[in-house]
Design a protein around this ligand. Structure first.
Ligand SMILES: Nc1ncnc2c1ncn2[C@@H]1O[C@H](COP(=O)(O)OP(=O)(O)OP(=O)(O)O)[C@@H](O)[C@H]1O
Ligand SMILES: [Mg+2]
Length: 158
């Protein structure tokens, strides 16, 4: 496995976090797995709203999937918005996850670390952490080659 590559930014508002999501969304080609990691209220869903825009989707359709763990949206690409919060732990073979994660669309998974096979998958990790009331650190990283180009593009799109 190639060494991990990472790129971290500081966001000072929900709007800025959405802008990063949008930027990433506009670079996606389909088939990507985005693993969103961060505490309750860190901004994972906020990021996915931006992602939706980058996929030519209405961000208002992105909700915190409290009751539905998987929401499908048809934009420039299919967006599978998955939230594993209500599960302590899960496996690829549950909830039909395999089908969503290995598709032509984009799988954006909140609480990705709850997936038992997470470490074995090739995915773009997006870790969001609190750094203040309205500020967050957003860290994009991957140890998989296929996401290195994406991280590089994010870095140079400043
Ligand atoms: N810089 C910021 N980036 C993102 N969200 C921010 C920021 N500053 C303030 N916020 C606020 O933090 C909250 C983030 O909520 P959001 O639902 O996106 O979190 P989450 O990580 O999806 O939580 P959960 O684990 O409950 O799903 C929103 O109310 C948003 O307005
Ligand atoms: Mg959320």
């Amino acid at each position: 496995m190639p060494p991990a590559m990472e790129f971290a930014v500081e966001s000072h508002s929900a709007r800025e976090t959405k802008a990063w999501g949008r930027r990433l969304g506009s670079l996606l080609k389909g088939g990507e797995i985005l693993g969103l990691i961060g505490d309750l209220g860190a901004g994972k869903t906020c990021f996915v709203k931006g992602l939706a825009r980058g996929l030519s989707l209405d961000p208002d359709r992105i909700l915190s999937p409290t009751f539905t763990m998987i929401q499908e949206h048809r934009g420039r690409l299919m967006l599978y918005h998955i939230d594993l919060y209500r599960l302590e732990t899960t496996r690829l073979d549950e909830l039909g996850l395999r089908e969503y994660l290995f598709s032509d669309g984009v799988a954006a998974v909140e609480w990705f670390e709850r997936l038992q096979e997470a470490a074995q998958l090739e995915f773009l990790s997006i870790e969001i952490g609190y750094t203040g009331a309205d500020s967050r650190s957003i860290r994009f990283s991957s140890s998989s080659d296929r996401y290195h180009a994406l991280i590089e593009q994010l870095r140079t799109h400043l």
